[in-house]
Design a protein around this ligand. Structure first.
Ligand code: NAD
Length: 479
């Protein structure tokens, strides 16, 4: 069995206490690696090395820092196959998805911020005999904490802007899917990243995650994960007046109008609902359909969903793999039962799965589609984060908008219509940080990314991330 190591001060290190957690392949239910159960002592050595590295890393040119990121991006590309296999093994996601989405995006994140930092400029304001200009200085030692659903993709999405802006980083990947972050630390060593600039600590959120958040030496935290964890981080950080960026949960609505392109809408919404087994924060989970199109949409949608192949993630013909863990499968299944208890009618999902010998104990679940649920019921209000969606009716634009906005979350939405005036009108009023019109998860890394309400605080992406990871200082000169 392999042993994952922390990455501290430029080298791989075992946890000081010598304690480990299990890393499980959710498609086979087999333990395949050990994960360091890091504690405060490990954090101390990581913070010391980051603090030592900061003066040098923050004073080299942006171009020099960018060159390191480009080198790391190239090494990710060179190791695409190994990284994709590892990501699939750790998460249960189809290997094809890891190969075409997760790993290429991880490389793109580094490349994007390498270029962005060389184009990043600060403001200046001139009036009569006064000039104001603003410096944007790196903050110091910052933390990046990421979840299990898109492991290397989201890990690098945070680390890249933090490093590009000149900060030194303490990074904590999810203990459920740590493997590609471990391979990433080996890549950083190969790329010659100066020691201490990036430190990767593995372990439990409640232990090393909490220790990072409690540490006064951490000057900013970029976090992606659940709303409950985000709330804890916000509560601990508030009295420290520390910068935080929180990308949290979602319960994303899709509004389907009678005048949409039905073929395209069904195809894209099947993808939006069940990509990565529905374990993407941006997945649609509440689909609202205009009354006159409801039956036609339902028939087509359910037919397409039934065609999705669920099974061995390493088999390229499968569209969906396993859920990420036994606990998560139990949680999602409990929502399926709840939906039934709340009066939901199951349109598909309960047909038995035939799984091969090797994966017969894996955490697989067919895509589930419900109808006949009220908008206020828990199934339609709480984040399930799995392959469960509901179909709901609306009779007017106002009603559709109001149903979509009746949620404590506000991450992403999608609108499906050929009436562009209507689309823009609704896009302006819908309470989500991201709105897609006639598409889903179409990402341009320059755009602000993040949610409203309980879906988070602040925005990632492009200049927003570089602004987050820098401290503005205004200088006023009179002449
Ligand atoms: P989680 O909150 O349980 O864990 C996220 C990370 O935080 C992990 O690394 C975990 O170890 C760590 N953590 C846990 N408790 C901590 C604590 N007390 N202090 C510090 N760190 C702690 O979330 P998860 O289950 O890994 O991820 C699923 C959630 O992430 C879903 O709610 C999903 O919507 C959300 N998510 C949001 C986005 C977005 O961009 N908005 C993207 C992906 C996932």
């Amino acid at each position: 069995m392999e042993t994952i190591a922390n990455y501290i001060n430029g080298e791989l290190r075992n946890p000081i206490t010598g304690n480990y957690l299990d890393d499980v392949n959710p498609a086979t239910a087999q333990i395949f690696a050990r994960i360091p159960l890091s504690k405060e002592e490990d954090l101390k050595t990581a913070v010391d090395s980051a603090e030592k590295a900061f003066p040098q890393w923050s004073s080299i040119t942006a171009k020099q820092r960018a060159n390191y990121l480009i080198k790391i991006a190239e090494l990710i590309n060179d190791n695409l196959d190994e990284l994709a296999v590892a990501e699939s093994k750790d998460t249960g996601k189809p290997i094809q998805l890891a190969k075409t989405v997760d790993i290429p995006r991880a490389s793109a994140n580094l490349e994007f911020f390498a270029h962005a930092i060389t184009q990043f400029s600060s403001e200046s304001h001139a009036s009569q005999n006064v000039i104001n200009y603003t410096l944007r200085k790196p903050i110091g030692v910052v933390a990046c904490i990421s979840p299990w659903n898109l492991p290397l993709y989201l890990f690098t999405w945070k680390i890249a802007p933090a490093l590009a802006a000149g900060n030194c980083v303490i990074a904590k990947p999810s203990e459920i899917t740590p493997y590609t972050a471990y391979l990433f630390s080996k890549i950083c060593i190969e790329a010659g990243l100066p020691k201490g600039v990036l430190n990767i600590l593995h372990g439990a959120g409640s232990e090393i995650g909490d220790a990072i958040v409690q540490s006064k030496k951490i000057k900013a935290i970029s976090f992606t994960g659940g709303t409950a964890t985000g709330r804890k981080i916000a509560a601990t950080s508030a009295p420290m007046f520390r910068k935080i960026s929180l990308e949290l949960g979602g319960k994303n609505p899709a509004l389907v109008f009678a005048d949409c392109d039905l073929e395209k809408t069904v195809k894209e919404l099947v993808r939006a609902s069940f990509s990565n087994q529905g374990e993407i924060c941006l997945c649609a989970s509440r689909i609202y359909i205009e009354d006159s199109l409801y039956e036609a949409f339902k028939t087509k949608f359910v037919k397409e969903v039934k065609l999705l192949e669920v099974g061995d993630p390493s088999d390229h013909s499968n569209n969906m793999g396993s859920l990420v863990s036994k606990q998560h499968l139990a949680k999602v299944k409990s929502y399926v039962e709840l939906a039934k208890a709340e009066g939901g009618v199951l349109l598909c999902g309960d047909e038995p799965l035939e799984l091969g010998e090797e994966i017969k104990n894996g955490y697989f679940l067919r895509p589930h589609v419900f109808e006949n649920l009220t908008n206020q019921c828990r199934t339609n209000q709480e984040e399930i984060f799995g392959p469960v969606v509901s179909l709901n009716r609306f009779r007017s634009e106002e009603e559709g908008l109001s149903l979509a906005n009746e949620s404590e979350y506000g991450l992403a939405s999608s609108l499906w219509t050929n009436d562009l005036s209507k689309a823009h009108r609704i896009a302006n009023q819908i309470e989500t940080g991201i709105v897609w019109i006639n598409c889903w998860m179409n990402r341009d890394l320059r755009t602000p990314f993040g949610g409203m309400k309980n879906s988070g605080l602040g925005r990632e992406g492009g200049l927003e991330a570089l602004r987050f990871f820098t401290e503005p200082k205004n200088i006023c000169l009179q002449y």
